[in-house]
Every structure is written in structure tokens, then in C-alpha cells.
Write a protein that binds this ligand. Structure first.
Ligand code: SF4
Ligand code: SF4
Length: 173
């Protein structure tokens, strides 16, 4: 069940060790990381103030629904690398065999989450939250996902560029 995510975590850690020190000072990537961080904080604040976090935590503690074991397998190494670049610890310790390993008693431990984790708001939530506030949450999620998508592409491009440079240096030796 956790084999796939553990491989992705290992890959993200390797990418971080190899490229982290060259990705973080890149001005474009640094400013996009900062914007994404602020955006995730804004989304979290909205999840909290509307009561979504509390609802989701109840499900998570039972290892049910969205935060069940295996959902984390959607997180690829670039998403996990972004978490590391933002100072996340990638702590994958399942609190129950039925639970996603990124879930702890306070909720999700990832800073940046997969689109599946962000986008889905179940019927219970849709019925409990006032329509206007729900729209504000969805807008915050949309902004976060846009930033996340562009940043992921930029990081992939930069890693490719750095890998080509390293390869060229090796072949010229
Ligand atoms: S979105 Fe709904 S079903 Fe999913 S974890 Fe939150 S409360 Fe539970
Ligand atoms: S990564 Fe976070 S939000 Fe997504 S399933 Fe796991 S604990 Fe839930």
C-alpha cells in the first residue's frame, strides 16, 4: 500500500539533495515558492474558518473517505520536492493502517497537497457551509492549484537544465 509513496519520497529527497541548493536561490522559483506558500496559508485559513478542517479531521481520524490509506500515492516526487523546498518534513507515519501516512491528529502534515486532496469537497461540507463562503474556498483552492501547476513545470524545466549542464561537464572531463 505505501510502497509507491515511499519510493516517491525517496526520489524527492534525492532531488532535494542534488538540486535543492540550486533551485532555492533561483529568483523566479523563489518568488513562486513564496507566493505558493502564502496561497496555501490562505487556503488553510479558509478551511479552518469555515469548519472544513474540523470536519475532515473527524473522517481522517477514522481513516475514512478522502484521507484513507493509498490517497497519498497520488503525490509525485515534484510535489513532494516542493514541500521540502518550503521547509516541510515529509513525515509519512500512518496513525492507523487505514489512514493516509501524511495524516496526523491535527490533520494533513503536507504544506502543498495534491489536487485530489484540495479539490474534493463532499456533500456534508457542501451542505454545512454557506454558499458564499464555499465559493471563496473554491477560489482560494483554484489560485493555489494554478500556482502549484506553474511552479511544478518551472522546477521540472530547471532540473532538466541543471542535469544537462552536469552531463556536459562530465563528458568534457
Ligand atoms: S471532504 Fe468530506 S468526506 Fe472528505 S475528509 Fe472532508 S469531511 Fe470527510
Ligand atoms: S495527503 Fe493530506 S489531504 Fe491528502 S489524503 Fe493524505 S492526509 Fe489527506
Amino acid at each position: 500500500m505505501y510502497h509507491y509513496i515511499r519510493k516517491n519520497i525517496e526520489s524527492a529527497r534525492k532531488l532535494y539533495q542534488t538540486f535543492g541548493s540550486r533551485l532555492a536561490p533561483d529568483q523566479d522559483i523563489a518568488s513562486r515558492l513564496e507566493r505558493l506558500k502564502k496561497s496555501t496559508q490562505n487556503t488553510q485559513e479558509k478551511f479552518s474558518s469555515t469548519g472544513i478542517s474540523a470536519e475532515c479531521r473527524k473522517c481522517g481520524e477514522k481513516g475514512q473517505d478522502c484521507c484513507r490509506a493509498g490517497t497519498e500515492n497520488n503525490c509525485d516526487d515534484i510535489l513532494l520536492l516542493i514541500n521540502l523546498l518550503l521547509g516541510g518534513a515529509l513525515c509519512h507515519k500512518p496513525i492507523a493502517p487505514t489512514a493516509c501516512g501524511f495524516l496526523d491528529r491535527q490533520g494533513c502534515t503536507l504544506i502543498v497537497r495534491h489536487v485530489i486532496c484540495l479539490n474534493y469537497l463532499c456533500q456534508t461540507i457542501q451542505q454545512k457551509i454557506d454558499h458564499k463562503r464555499l465559493i471563496a474556498v473554491q477560489q482560494a483552492i483554484g489560485r493555489e492549484l494554478d500556482l502549484q501547476f506553474v511552479l511544478s513545470e518551472k522546477i521540472k524545466e530547471k532540473i532538466k537544465e541543471l542535469s544537462i549542464t552536469v552531463q556536459r561537464v562530465k563528458t568534457s572531463l
